[in-house]
Write a protein that binds this ligand. Structure first.
Ligand SMILES: Cc1cc2nc3c(=O)[nH]c(=O)nc-3n(C[C@H](O)[C@H](O)[C@H](O)COP(=O)(O)O)c2cc1C
Length: 498
């Protein structure tokens, strides 16, 4: 049991020499696909036309979303948005079967996230709550009708489409044990950002909601709240909605489909921190700008140099479909302008102006050489520490030596006691989801620029704080490396991968 999110974060910290005995129980490997037995999924169009957009234009759209008329979400757009956030994009032989990789990265490729869509009707799809079946790229109707956002503790109108991103806890806990709550939320952030960018590229106004009534939402989705929980919701504009009809009944025994393995008992600390994070946000001013944070106070803040006007032309949806975790870097510096273009994608706000969670997660980067803290939305930075800390970070990240060759390491941090004091324990969830969302942008920026990126969630927490010079209470949540892919020599291929 833990009594605060800060206590949880510290309790599941990794320490050198303390990781032995964490073997995997292959006989109890969780399934990564949720199905609803005999309920027939409605196949979605795999060849839906895609709008032209780049990561940078989609982020510009989300920055300016309230000043342009929103398009309405239709069934083809829904199909494309779901596929490019979480669809199957690659398969490989694995342990006598096949391993499927997805548009979203996932810690340990365990894919804990599920997506449910409350469709308000119109565009050829009846009003109802649907589950997105990743394996068959289809939607399974769980209950007809609609509900009001207010009944779920959400803002907004009844005619909007709602995307619920849940996590099946045991999928990640099977490998990462109690530490898995970190990964569940980081993974959620990746999926949320994939959905948000897909919607923005379709010019559909959308917002990410982190404050809702968890119990009401989980009940509405019909998940088993001890095994699966909704961690984030997106609201998307829909103009052709049908009138409001009461939600119909859920399929009999729906909650049983949240089970991911035979013996899916959860570590007590995970269940306990999730219970704390289910409480709504404390109402208040929100987290301060990085300049006013414990880490940022007293530093010499400067504007980042202006970027050249040549935004990369690579198509966003292509980058989303081709994205992979890339770890073989050439040790080269990033090409001219690329550092700025990568950092720029962090600048688009995660939430509407003044949202209390915008600065829940702090971003910094290691390059040049030095460790710099960012004010993302103002594109300002301040050096925290001088020197080349990249190689030390590779050691800190459980000796993942490939990280030494990364040209850029972006780190996501949180001032945990301040976060909890200001927003309540749910602020911890917001910080992790924010880190996952920003990490997803880095993956897609790298893919768009012909670079490689890889998320890193495994690190010795205390050593990371020492090397980065973090004040007490500030902890590392996540890191994402970016580098120039190594191209020389014969390409290693895995027979059977496509
Ligand atoms: C939250 C998170 C943490 C991760 N941590 C690591 C890590 O520590 N080391 C690593 O090599 N890859 C890490 N990855 C990358 C995953 O291993 C990778 O996403 C997964 O194997 C699927 O492969 P793909 O990204 O190429 O589709 C992480 C990914 C996420 C989303």
């Amino acid at each position: 049991m833990v009594s605060s999110a800060t206590e949880y974060h510290n309790a599941v910290s990794y320490g050198r020499g303390r990781l032995s005995g964490l073997g995997l129980d292959w006989d109890n490997e969780p399934s990564t696909f949720k199905t609803y037995g005999d309920l027939p999924p409605l196949p979605l169009n795999r060849d839906a036309g895609l709008p032209q957009a780049t990561l940078w234009s989609a982020l510009g759209r989300s920055r300016a979303s309230r000043t342009h008329a929103s398009r309405t979400l239709d069934l083809d757009a829904l199909s494309a948005v779901l596929f490019h956030a979480a669809g199957l994009t690659r398969s490989c032989p694995h342990r006598g079967g096949m391993m499927f990789y997805r548009a979203c990265p996932s810690a340990g490729a365990l894919y804990p996230c599920e997506i449910y869509v409350q469709w308000p009707g119109g565009a050829g799809l009846g009003q109802g709550l649907y589950h997105y079946g990743v394996a068959g790229h289809g939607l399974t109707l769980l209950r007809p009708g609609n509900t009001t956002p207010a009944s779920l503790g959400l803002p907004g109108e009844a005619g909007e489409a709602l995307f619920f991103v849940s996590s099946i806890f045991f999928r990640s806990a099977w490998k990462y044990r109690a530490r898995a709550y970190r990964y569940l939320n980081l993974d959620t952030g990746h999926v949320v950002e994939g959905l948000a960018l897909g919607l923005a590229a379709h010019e559909v106004d959308a917002s990410v909601e982190l404050d809702f009534d968890d119990r009401a939402v989980n009940g509405f989705l019909g998940v088993d709240p001890a095994r699966e929980g909704c961690l984030a919701v997106l609201r998307a504009a829909c103009r052709d909605a049908d009138g409001l009809a009461e939600p119909g009944p859920l399929p009999a025994g729906a909650a049983a489909w949240s089970r991911a393995g035979g013996a899916d008992t959860l570590p007590a600390q995970l269940a306990s921190v999730h219970g704390l994070c289910m409480e709504r946000f404390r109402q208040g001013e929100g987290m301060p700008r990085p300049e006013a944070s414990h880490l940022g106070q007293g530093l010499n803040w400067q504007d980042l140099p202006p970027l050249p006007d040549t935004a990369p032309a690579t198509d966003l949806f292509r980058a989303m479909a081709l994205r992979r975790s890339r770890r073989a870097y050439s040790h080269d510096r990033l090409p001219d302008g690329a550092l700025g273009q990568v950092i720029e994608v962090l600048g688009a706000p995660l939430h509407p102006s003044g949202h209390p969670c915008e600065n829940a997660c702090l971003a910094g980067f290691l390059a040049l050489p030095g460790f710099f803290l960012l004010n993302r939305t103002a594109l300002r930075a301040a050096e925290v520490r001088d020197g080349n800390m990249g190689p030390a970070m590779a050691g800190i990240c459980l000796d993942q030596h490939w990280m030494r060759d990364a040209a850029l390491q972006v780190v996501f941090l949180a001032d945990l006691p301040a976060l909890e004091e200001t927003l309540g324990p749910r602020g911890y969830r917001a910080a992790l989801i924010g880190a996952g969302r920003l990490g997803h942008r880095l993956y897609l920026a790298a893919e768009s620029l012909g670079l490689g990126a890889c998320g890193v969630g495994a690190f010795y927490d205390g050593e990371a704080a020492d090397v980065l010079g973090l004040p007490p209470g500030v902890g590392m949540l996540y890191a994402v490396t970016v580098g120039v892919p190594r191209r020389a020599g014969p390409k290693k291929t895995l027979a059977g991968c496509r």
